[in-house]
Design a protein around this ligand. Structure first.
Ligand code: DP6
Length: 360
């Protein structure tokens, strides 16, 4: 498919008004997207677990504007209050997707959004929020084209979400989503995320992700700025090639359930992501001392108990602790006994693999 396939034919009629609501989960990348080309095209493929509990719930009220209205018209409420500082992000998003949803200038929108996770917990909300908003907009497009096929609906929602925030395209479906062209994955595309259809071993069913909130502050360097630093990065070419190889390795891990190899790929990806940040120019560090203490403690616990628990990181100091459901009680006890002390205000979120966005 190409971008052109997402440009609709002219609408025959516009409905006067309506309301829709979607909930979209966050996702955690196992192989990381870090570096992009123009128009939100990823420099390398990535693959993620869709989460279940950490989610954004968005409702969209739409009302037809007077004929000939120009520009975009919308109001935004976040957790019940007007949130003007989020508006530029939505405005940019609308500009990027206007070719694919020409109705955007013809409606006034009331966007109401809230997260299930604590406000400014430092966990990425752009993925879940852009996914939920894209699905609401697709719901309006579906009302205009009731014959639209379901497959196209979700593909285009992912395509739009990607234009809002790259990783958001992996939050439409679940439990495992791949984004970016990869020779070993059928129908993989740089334009949208694809539900992973390969064989997946039972050990990954309900795989757990406990998110340790190490630092809830605003990030010093945004993901968007970090991606840009991969241009002319001395290790970029090797890094992009490595991501392709790591996806190949994960496809065999998913099939065989080889958790030793899973741990190796996932932890190496997390540390490589941060190594890319540390070797950018300007260089920067998003981990905190507590992040490193937690990593050391996970390694010591794994060696002592042989329980296959591992960590991954996103673009921040928080630590995602990943482990099979069968080890849940033991690992949660370990987290309470040894890791919670390093979380800001002792906060952490218990989550697990989930099945993607849902209409409310
Ligand atoms: C480290 O998707 O937040 O979480 O496309 O600029 O919005 P933009 O970036 P974003 O980057 C996510 C980076 C990451 C890795 C990942 O999720 O794959």
């Amino acid at each position: 498919m190409t971008e052109q396939d997402f440009v609709p034919s002219p609408y025959e009629h516009l409905i006067p008004q309506g309301k829709t609501s979607w909930r979209s989960p966050s996702n955690i990348a196992l192989v990381k997207y870090w570096g992009k080309l123009a128009n939100q095209i990823p420099a390398n493929p990535s693959i993620s677990f869709t989460l279940n509990t950490a989610e954004t719930i968005t409702s969209l009220d739409y009302k037809l504007r007077k004929k000939g209205s120009e520009g975009f018209s919308f109001d935004l409420r976040f957790e019940g209050k007007p949130k003007d500082d989020f508006k530029p992000k939505i405005e940019t998003f609308f500009h990027r997707i206007a070719t694919y949803l020409p109705f955007l200038t013809q409606y006034h929108f009331e966007i109401d959004t809230h997260n299930s996770f604590p406000h400014s917990s430092g966990i990425a909300s752009s993925a879940s929020s852009m996914a939920a908003l894209s699905l609401c907009l697709m719901e309006l497009e579906l009302a205009l084209y009731p014959e639209m096929d379901e497959n196209y609906f979700f593909k285009k929602a992912s395509f739009l979400a990607r234009l809002g925030s790259g990783s958001a395209c992996r939050s439409i479906k679940g439990p495992i989503v791949e984004w970016g062209h990869h020779k070993g994955i059928n129908n993989s595309s740089d334009l949208f995320g694809t539900l992973y259809k390969g064989e997946v071993h039972a050990v990954f069913q309900n795989y757990q992700d406990t998110i340790l909130l190490v630092d809830k502050g605003e990030k010093k360097v945004s993901s968007t700025a970090g991606h840009a630093l991969m241009h002319n990065h001395p290790f970029a070419r090797e890094r992009f090639a490595q991501a392709h190889e790591n996806i190949t390795r994960l496809t065999s891990v998913f099939k065989d359930g080889d958790l030793d190899l899973f741990i190796q790929v996932v932890e190496s990806e997390a540390l490589t992501l941060h190594a890319m940040m540390m070797t950018s120019l300007p260089y920067f560090i998003l981990m905190k001392p507590q992040t490193l203490v937690i990593i050391e403690k996970i390694w010591a616990y794994r060696t002592a108990t042989q329980i296959p628990v591992c960590f991954t990181l996103d673009a921040g100091a928080n630590v995602h602790v990943l482990y099979p459901e069968r080890d849940r009680d033991k690992v949660l006890q370990f987290i309470k006994n040894e890791l919670v002390a390093y979380c800001e205000n002792g906060q952490y979120i218990c989550d697990q693999i989930g099945y993607g966005s849902k209409k409310v």
